[in-house]
Ligand binder design. Sequence first.
Ligand code: MEV
Length: 292
Amino acid sequence: MSNKIGNGYGHSKIILIGEHSVVYGYPAIALPLKNINILCHIKKSDKSLRFDLSDPVSTALYTSLESLNQKDACVEYSICSEIPQRRGMGSSAAVAIAVIRAVYDYFGKTISDFELEKLVNQSEIAAHGNPSGLDAKTCLSDVPIKYIRNIGFKSLEFSLDAYLIIADSGIYGKTSQAVDLVAQNELINRPYLKELGQLTEKVESAIKTHSLEELGHLFDKAHKNLEKIGVSIPEINVLVEESRKSGALGAKMSGGGLGGCIIALAKTYEEAKTIASHLEEKGALKTWIEKV
Ligand code: MEV
């Protein structure tokens, strides 16, 4: 085993609709972003690791080594990531998946999806405090999913022949702070959270009927609700607004908020490119175009 390198990968994700309301038991829809990846390599070292269980990567290393009875193993790790951190693109879940897979690979063991998800969620607790499990589930899925906390998920395979523009505001998202903020004003926020849940159902219907205009309109409505519960910020609102001005069918923030990313919907690749470059002119740090 001495020269062996353990390899593990994970991929990014983006929430289409239902962030925050998913914490309260309402449905959410999210997509894996399989072209935006993270890799972890594990190799032998001359000393064992020191763990910090407030850190998601360290938690993933600890839980996976512990589950293999190898807590004191002399190993070191390296991570190579295309996923920007703390932008609502699932970097914490994806890195945990990559680390756990790499640890298991290093020891020549396989891990079931069930066990992997359990370990990832422990690492997500270190990252977000009270995760709904949506990020872990989406980063473990190869297809879009509809997810309900504590109930389960179903695959939503669809092809809309449309394009999603993802734009990074360049500002760190603050998921646990945003989740706490929503909880502090739960009574006031309840109607907006309920409506977000209803919008998720409508998004599922619009996907089924390929109603792109309706889908864009639902994104706009969801963004308004997310603003009302206080998880958007002016810089994000500007990107949402500019998406619409440059031809998007609709746009919204995505993920925990207080920073992070927005998503916008376009009918054609040409339109998506126009919107993406307009957003970069208006301050987006980076954009991605995903066929949906
Ligand atoms: C974070 O990516 C999404 C939130 O709904 C939190 C969660 O689901 O745990 C804000």
